[in-house]
Write a protein that binds this ligand. Structure first.
Ligand SMILES: [Zn+2]
Length: 533
């Protein structure tokens, strides 16, 4: 690490200046930090740690007992999907600032094909600004990063735009990358792929880890998995190519991702100096299982236990090859999940359901098209109405009238909580009104979003045949933050932490400063040297 005075080399926003002496002071006792491991569990609710706590014995247990745990941290923005979540954890900024608004406006990029095919073309071209690895490299250009996931967005977005080693899973059973990062796969990735590990799961059965009596959840719930294969065991297809393609639906995908990450760490010599390195891992099976079977299922319960065991084995192996005293681990999630409405209603007796406003939006759209407005001027998708007001003006049609007509009709749906014009959100009391606040944190100012519709809690956008997330409510927005390693004070923290706090907190313990303004703050309560940090 370079000296504290090195900060003077950088031109930083004035807002950051008061942080500098504190951030710089943190580095001396932590000079041994060699590696940051950032783990995202795709679709992990904050309450899982308590709900399954007694049965956790592996990696989650290690982080829970030995780390600083914010079990109910918040994403604190509205569209709680995978792409915005992965863009937030290492940037310290809300989607309004990263520009990653939704999965559909995520990493898809036809100009960046995947190497060898089998995966969608992808790049971070929509991502704006910097992330932790950029700040680390500003401090010491020799810092390197490896980011791996089953999903392209899970691997790409934690790195922002940085062209580091970034790999994701292709449907043919290989890990690959896109031309944004490289023209060919390096030898170590080709060698890992040549082992054809995914194909070896053909015909294998996923059975519960523990005896059936250890699972309070019923196994036979007909709404699960579209009514197909709802009970254990879940057997992978006998055909090996097919098994590789559907591997993301099984706990073995997380195991494979962790094996690949560890192999990459070894091959790239990460965490061996001369600078601090970053290993980012996003584990996606919890999302696949949660969507298919729901958060109240026996399958989800077993998946969390298997994730815990896989992480335990991963840490054991990692700490055999790297001194644990030099390793920092941060774990969070990109979003939670809302139960199947049918399951929630049966369990609680409370109302829940699906809402589909495409008919309402379609009626208004047909009217304005009939009056000559261009068809691209009115787009409706999952709670968001996009409008090109210029097209209304050109056609001589009142945009305000169309908006009012839609808002009035939308409010009549019993599952709708509120319908807001984006321009009015900032006038709300955003300290108490979390819905307004979370939408404000969501929408980049240049996006022509006119109206946002928020459903009541436990209502989801339909038609859907799997459990959903993506709402501003806590089922989807509450996720854990766990910080483990020498700089952190173990304990359960009740503080109102947010995922945007993660990157500035890691930066502070590494003695680097964000190179732009961030939304998060340093979680000082969790730091051993809180007084001097
Ligand atoms: Zn996700």
């Amino acid at each position: 690490m370079s000296r504290p005075g090195g900060f003077s080399r950088f031109i930083l926003p004035l807002l950051l200046l008061p942080l500098l002496p504190r951030a710089a002071a943190a580095q001396d006792p932590l000079a041994r930090t060699t590696l940051v491991v950032f783990i995202t569990v795709d679709q992990m609710r904050g309450d899982y740690l308590d709900r399954f706590g007694a049965q956790l014995t592996g990696g989650l247990a290690r982080l829970k007992t030995g780390g600083a745990v914010f079990a109910n941290a918040s994403l604190d923005y509205a569209i709680t999907e995978t792409a915005p979540g992965h863009a937030t954890g290492m940037s310290g900024r809300f989607p309004r600032s990263t520009g990653i608004f939704s999965n559909s406006l995520g990493v898809y990029d036809p100009q960046a094909p995947s190497i060898g095919g089998g995966a969608a073309p992808a790049s971070p071209f929509r991502f704006r600004g910097s992330t932790l690895i950029d700040w680390m490299r500003s401090r010491n250009p020799q810092s390197r990063a490896l980011s791996v996931s089953r999903k392209d967005r899970g691997a790409i977005l934690p790195m922002g735009r940085a062209q580091q080693e970034v790999y994701w899973y292709a449907s043919d059973g290989r890990f690959t990358t896109s031309t944004y990062y490289a023209d060919t796969l390096p030898a170590w990735v080709r060698q890992f792929n040549a082992r054809r590990l995914p194909h070896q799961y053909a015909g294998k059965a996923w059975t519960p880890l523990l005896p059936a009596s250890e699972y309070p959840e019923p196994d036979s719930v007909t709404v699960e998995n579209r009514g197909q294969g709802i009970v254990f065991p879940h057997v992978a297809p006998a055909d090996s190519a097919l098994a590789a393609r559907v591997l993301p639906n099984y706990p073995w995908m997380d195991q494979l991702t962790l094996d690949f990450a560890l192999d990459g760490l070894r091959q790239l010599d990460l965490g061996q100096g001369p600078a601090v390195d970053l290993l980012a891992i996003s584990l996606s099976t919890t999302d696949a299982v949660g969507h298919a079977f729901g958060p109240d299922s026996r399958e989800l319960h077993d998946q969390i236990l298997r994730l815990d065991r896989a992480l335990g084995a991963f840490f054991d192996r990692l700490f055999q090859i790297r001194d644990s005293a030099g390793v920092i681990v941060a774990l969070t999630a990109d979003h939670g999940v809302t139960p199947f409405p049918e399951v929630y209603s049966a369990r609680t007796g409370r109302p829940a359901g699906q809402v589909d406003l495409s008919g309402v939006a379609g009626i208004v759209r047909a009217r304005i098209l009939a009056r000559g407005v261009d068809s691209s001027a009115w787009q409706w998708e999952d709670g968001v109405l996009w409008m090109d007001r210029g097209a209304f003006t050109r056609a001589g049609v009142s945009a305000d009238f169309a908006v009012r007509e839609f808002m009035t009709a939308a409010r009549e749906n019993p599952g709708v909580l509120r319908v807001d014009q984006v321009r009015s959100l900032a006038q709300q009391d955003t300290s108490r009104d979390y819905v307004s606040r979370r939408w404000l944190h969501m929408i980049p100012p240049e996006l022509p979003v006119e109206v946002v519709v928020t459903l009541k809690e436990h209502y989801v956008w339909g038609p859907a045949s799997y459990a959903m997330h993506g709402s501003p409510h806590d089922d989807d927005a509450r996720v854990p933050i766990m910080l483990y390693g020498a700089p952190f004070k173990p304990g359960a923290y009740r503080d109102n932490a947010r995922v945007v706090d993660l990157a500035p907190t890691l930066a502070a313990v590494l003695g680097v400063a964000p190179t732009e303004r961030v939304d998060g703050r340093v979680l000082r309560a969790a730091l051993r040297s809180a007084g001097t940090n």
